[in-house]
Write a protein that binds this ligand. Structure first.
Ligand code: SAH
Length: 453
């Protein structure tokens, strides 16, 4: 049967799409329904119809799924941050495992995958150590902050995100009170006018050190002394900085940083390693799960103290330093120069000397070092951004013939594509393990062990 726009349909949700939307069928017609979860019977209004499928707006939950839970956050449905908070955490994990397997099978062409059970969190809320809050005005003209609604830049007001730390609200309350008191304007994207764009907050789960970075369309914060006095009252306050971003673009952070008070960075620990984190550096957002992810990467690297290792896309050297504890020598490569400065500093403060870091693109540095300097690798670890690895890089990895490759991925679709390339050229997937870092959302990290056949 065919359906048309504005038709009302009752269906049972039997599956979940990769963005967390519910999927159900009515007489062979597939309908994607945002905010419906597996097991729900729902009434939907068709908002867009193609020949065999369409999109429906959830009008009424006729019979709720046994897996449906009350989201902790009252804004879970509007906010673009979480997609599947209404699904029990157990079922979220099952969904993520299916999603990874599905990508590897469909895109990678794999069968009989050696998948280990997904590693979930003990507490799937309040796990994020970092949050970036946009500042704006609502329709009534009040200064507001929160998160963008899905696919738009409308701010859903919420100072107390259920994924973040309680300190976020303390910081936001004080910054907004300061803005109101001194008439400081939030930035307006449409006109490019106004001062305060975003507030970046980072928290060291181990050290309890707190960082606030004010992202400004300007070079200074009016009456900053008063703001500093107020923020310093929050326990753990360690670093208050300004980031200058005068560009009219979606990119949150600018390049220039100015210290307002305290230290220009905070420190935190994962396992036995201490890390220095500045506002601009990449640091995993869920430190408890990161420790489990790195432990998996270390297990898959199977090091005995004699190996030469490359850690590509190394960020501030997080994985490199973890691996260096059990390898002969580790070389890290990262595109952001400031991150490499942090990596070098991190090696110093941890007294780790068997590491070397390179600034550059992995797909340029590895071929150059391999061809010109004949540098060899027993194990290569990669942890690329969502778009995965460049093919030039994969080709060099294959030419170098390391015994093992450990692929850490935050996007199982590009992971599947890259594994297919490697497995067509002499490698074999030995183990796959998803480690959830992002409860409430559809995202997950995956760690894969590949060996030379
Ligand atoms: N392994 C690190 C960081 C992983 S995130 C950790 O676990 O913390 C991916 C990193 O790759 C980011 O730091 C990003 O800046 C870097 N990056 C992106 N493209 C790159 C490229 N072509 N070559 C090297 N690094 C790159």
């Amino acid at each position: 049967m065919e359906y048309r726009k504005n038709d009302m349909v009752t269906l049972e949700i039997t599956d979940c799409g990769i963005d967390g939307e519910g999927i159900g069928k009515a007489d062979g017609f597939t309908v994607f329904v945002k905010d419906a979860v597996i097991g729900d019977t729902v009434l939907v209004k068709i908002i867009k119809a193609k020949k065999n499928y369409g999109y429906g707006r959830l009008m009424e939950i006729i019979k709720p799924s046994p897996h449906r839970v009350e989201p902790k956050c009252a804004y879970a449905r509007q906010c673009g941050g979480c997609q599947i908070q209404a699904l029990s955490y157990e079922q979220q994990l099952a969904f993520k495992e299916r999603k990874v397997r599905g990508h590897l099978e469909r895109i990678g062409g794999f069968t009989d995958l050696p998948m280990e059970p997904i590693i979930g969190m003990d507490e799937p809320y309040h796990y994020r150590n970092k949050a970036q809050f946009p500042i704006g005005r609502n329709k009534e003209g009040r200064i507001v902050t929160g998160f963008y609604a899905g696919r738009t830049h409308t701010i859903i007001e919420n100072r107390d995100c259920a994924l973040g730390v309680p300190e976020n609200k303390e910081v936001l309350d004080r910054v907004i009170a300061h803005m109101e008191k001194y008439g400081i304007e939030p930035y307006d994207e449409a006109s490019g006018k106004g001062l305060v764009r975003h507030i970046l907050i980072r928290y060291g789960f181990y050290t309890h050190e707190l960082m606030v970075c004010l992202i400004l369309n300007g070079s200074s914060m009016p009456k900053s002394e008063a703001l500093i006095d107020s923020l310093r009252e929050i326990p753990g306050m360690t670093s208050i900085t300004i980031n200058i971003n005068k560009k009219q673009s979606n990119v949150i952070l600018g390049e220039e940083l100015r210290l307002l008070w305290g230290s220009p960075y905070i420190t935190d620990k994962i396992g036995d390693i201490t890390y220095r984190i500045s506002p601009l550096s990449f640091y995993q957002v869920n430190p408890r799960q990161t420790q489990k992810l790195y432990a998996k990467a270390l297990e898959y690297a199977d090091l005995h103290g004699e190996e030469t290792v490359w850690d590509l896309y190394c960020g501030i050297g997080t994985i490199s330093l973890f691996l260096a504890q059990q390898a002969k020598f580790v070389r890290g490569v990262e595109i952001v120069p400031a991150a490499i400065e942090d990596a070098q500093e991190n090696a110093r403060i941890n007294k780790i000397e068997n590491v070397e870091f390179f600034v550059g693109k992995a797909e340029e540095v590895l071929p150059r070092e391999y061809e010109k300097n004949g540098i060899y690798a027993d194990v290569i670890v990669v942890d690329p951004p969502r778009k995965g690895c460049d093919e030039t890089l994969l080709a060099t990895m294959v030419a170098m013939q390391p015994k093992r490759i450990v692929y850490v991925s935050c996007d199982s679709a590009t992971l599947a594509r890259d594994l297919k390339y490697l497995c067509a050229r002499g490698y074999e997937v030995r183990k796959v393990c998803a480690v959830d870092q992002f409860g409430g959302t559809v995202h997950t990290e995956v760690c894969v062990k590949l060996c030379r056949r």
